[in-house]
Design a protein around this ligand. Structure first.
Ligand code: KG4
Ligand code: ZN
Length: 349
């Protein structure tokens, strides 16, 4: 019998310190330490993120190996996020990965975080790691389109293969997650505001307020005008009624959420039509949004799409997506060296 391939994945690109173990393509452990320290500042503070990664990285890796029941000398390789992300955060994960790989004398594999988000669709997790979600995991067939929507990125990617990916549309300014977070901040909600807008929107009317949508050519997006329009709207209404946000919170959240989703879906529909593709996937933190998920299922019925939405814990930043990408790179023997450096701006394809 051939030897098992066991990959340790490390993710530290932003404000989550994460480690995961994948054995022969199957997930054995997935640990994420979220840094709550940023809540008080209304956004991620890079220096604090870097320090928290330093504190968390060893316990998180230790916990992942224990949960997987894997001893460090059994590891075949270490995969880590090279970028895109915050320089100070990336450095911690990379330095740890390099030192650990050197000590164990095993290969290093560098991973693009955005490729990781997309390949999260191929994570094969046993039911006990799915936290009660019973639906079996289905992976999309190539080629498919992936809408990657996170706090730092908004892209439509044509995915031809595990390694052949082409960005066919992206934001020219803010990311979709930023639009959620900034709208929440304007309303006085804590960071990250996306999940809170999602929660309050459930009780609100999405047609209560309308916001003007951007006119951006091709398959690109823009969210900065929406943010300014939203800020002016809240300022004007609050000048008339200081309790406006409190009194209409649900309606405001439902309306801004609807606008962001409409902007995303309009371009996704055009991309699907232009490429004649009906296999549609989403990835990234914003794909955890319940209304976005519901809208995609609705579009699937209307347009004959087959929609692929990762399990919740693989939407937001995690190391399972880094480990699975590392696994496919390991199969190609695509290794890197100790000379590798972080790439805070690392484009896909
Ligand atoms: O992928 P991710 O965890 O980190 C980045 O790589 O950026 O994405 C984080 C983003 C944040 O902007 C957060 O507000 C947003 O994902 N997010 C959501 C929801 N859950 C997370 N946005 C809207 N609705 C949600 N349920
Ligand atoms: Zn991410």
């Amino acid at each position: 019998m051939s030897k098992s391939i066991i990959i340790l994945g490390i993710e530290s690109s932003c404000d989550d310190t994460a480690a995961a173990v994948i054995k022969d393509g199957k997930l054995l452990a997935n640990i994420v330490a979220t840094q709550n320290i940023h809540k008080a500042y209304g956004g991620v503070v890079p220096e604090l993120a870097s320090r928290a990664h330093q504190k968390n990285i060893i316990p998180v890796v230790d916990q992942a190996l224990k949960q997987a029941g894997v001893a460090k000398h059994e590891l075949s390789a270490i995969a880590f996020t090279r970028g895109p992300g915050l320089m100070g955060s990336l450095i911690v994960g990379i330095s740890f990965a390099k030192a650990f790989a050197l000590g164990l004398d095993i290969p290093l594999i560098e991973v693009n975080h955005m490729q990781g988000h997309i390949l999260a669709h191929f994570i094969d997790a046993p039911p006990d790691l799915l936290k009660g979600e019973e639906e079996p995991i289905r992976a999309p067939n190539f080629p498919f389109l992936c809408l990657t929507v996170s706090g730092g990125h908004t892209q439509i990617v044509l995915v031809n293969d595990f390694f052949e990916m082409k960005v066919i549309g992206e934001t020219i300014d803010d990311a979709a997650g930023e639009a959620f977070d900034k709208a929440a901040k304007i309303m006085g909600l804590p960071y990250p505001g996306g999940p809170l807008i999602d929660k309050y929107a459930k009780e609100g009317d999405p047609k209560a307020f309308t916001f003007s949508k951007p006119k951006v050519p091709d398959l690109n997006f823009s969210f900065s005008g929406l943010k300014t329009g939203f800020m002016n709207f809240i300022n004007n209404e609050t000048a008339k009624n200081p309790n406006f946000v409190d009194e209409r919170k649900a309606d405001i959240c439902a309306s801004i959420q609807r606008t962001i989703i409409d902007i995303l879906m309009n371009k996704l529909k055009i991309a699907a039509q232009q490429n004649n593709i009906t296999q549609i996937a989403i990835a990234g933190g914003v794909s955890a949004n319940s209304e976005l998920r519901a809208t995609l299922h609705e579009l699937a019925k209307q347009l004959g799409w087959q929609v692929f939405i990762p399990k919740f814990e693989y939407c937001t930043d995690n190391a399972a997506m880094i480990a699975i990408t590392g696994y496919y790179k390991y199969l190609k023997q695509d290794f890197t060296t100790q000379a590798i450096t972080p790439l805070p701006r690392y484009s896909l394809g």
